[in-house]
Write a protein that binds this ligand. Structure first.
Ligand SMILES: Nc1ncnc2c1ncn2[C@@H]1O[C@H](COP(=O)(O)OP(=O)(O)OP(=O)(O)O)[C@@H](O)[C@H]1O
Ligand SMILES: [Mg+2]
Length: 315
């Protein structure tokens, strides 16, 4: 396997998008932007969004890692036609190191696959989820962005991976259960994990107005009961080209770049690069916390030792 340091995009500093670079760390590298994709209800399009957002970021010159944390029913690798040698299940079983799982996808996208059909992977302990977050922080990969595809639902792992990201995209579509489950997810992220900013992405919409209405529904109820700001990220149209791309095991942004969904994904990737990072780590559970700590006041650094490494907590 090619090491992340010899990644074709790694040497390509000049290609980095001018809007993309947060403050550089003392080590000279910027802290990566970490975006978690979640939904509450299953089947609304999280993996499609993750794969296409990550691919659009790579195509825009961002060194991007796509992490599949759907530990029971993974499918990022299937959607991209990849055949992983190792998955996160092998890391938890002590068969390989986290860096051994990183494989190269289209255009130089780095992918960390999860395992499908391994039920014990859905029963990891909360410390193991935190350990995984911490292990990524120690990987020191040369990346600008990381996109995390989550499992459906509001299980501990989903909440931890969302909490550990700088931004969460909640995918919603025009079905009553999708809206209520999205609200349930936002509620626990806000009340239990202290998240105060959530991006809403409407998927499979028939019109721009449908997406906006979905957002407004969520915003009304959130404003009333929660202390959270919802941002409307936009809408991805229901698009037959996206289904065809899935059949071809390719991202639609690569397979059919002028399809309506591909245009929408590129627009969302462009806007996501302009988000400001929220201030400070949340609850000491954050991807790349070391690099954030390097940039933060000294009194934050004590928190790093509170997080157990994934190998020792899982093996
Ligand atoms: N914008 C879209 N246009 C057309 N079809 C779509 C769109 N988004 C998703 N789909 C369809 O929905 C299916 C499910 O999408 P996807 O696997 O991305 O959902 P998911 O939220 O990741 O599901 P799970 O909860 O099982 O992980 C896809 O296989 C595709 O057929
Ligand atoms: Mg999925």
């Amino acid at each position: 396997m090619q090491s992340p340091d010899s990644h074709p995009l790694a040497a390509n500093e000049a290609d980095r998008h001018p809007h993309s670079a947060p403050l550089p760390s003392p080590a000279g590298r910027a802290a990566p932007r970490v975006i978690a994709v979640a939904s509450g209800k299953g089947g609304v399009g999280k993996t499609s969004v993750s794969v296409n957002l990550a691919t659009a970021l790579v195509n825009a010159g961002q060194r991007t890692l796509l992490l599949d944390t759907d530990l029971g029913l993974a499918n990022v690798d299937v959607m991209l036609g990849l055949s992983p040698r190792f998955t996160l299940a092998d890391v938890f079983a002590g068969r390989c190191e986290l860096r051994d799982t990183v494989i190269e996808g289209p255009g130089g996208l780095m992918v960390v696959p999860a395992s499908s059909g391994k039920r014990h992977m859905t029963e990891l302990q909360p410390q193991q989820h935190v350990g995984l977050v911490h292990a990524f922080s120690q990987l020191d990969l040369p990346i600008d962005a990381m996109v995390i595809d989550n499992a459906a639902g509001i299980a501990d792992g989903v909440l931890t991976f969302c909490q550990a990201a700088q931004d969460v995209i909640v995918v919603v579509c025009d079905e009553p259960a999708s809206v209520t489950d999205a609200y349930a997810l936002i509620k626990v992220l806000n009340r239990e994990r202290g998240m105060t900013r959530v991006q809403i992405l409407a998927n499979q919409v028939q019109s721009a107005a449908e997406g906006r209405l979905l957002f407004e529904k969520l915003q009304r109820v959130s404003n009333r009961f929660l202390d959270v700001t919802l941002n409307y990220l936009g809408a991805i149209p229901r698009d037959e080209w996206l289904r065809r791309a899935i059949q071809r095991q390719e991202a639609v942004v690569d397979a059919f770049p002028s399809a309506p969904s591909a245009l929408a994904f590129r627009d969302i990737a462009r806007r996501s690069r302009q988000w400001q990072s929220p201030p400070g780590p949340r609850g000491h559970v954050e991807f790349f916390i070391e690099r954030l700590i390097e940039q933060a006041p000294a009194n934050m650094s004590a928190s790093a030792s509170a997080v157990a490494p994934v190998r020792s907590s899982a093996a």
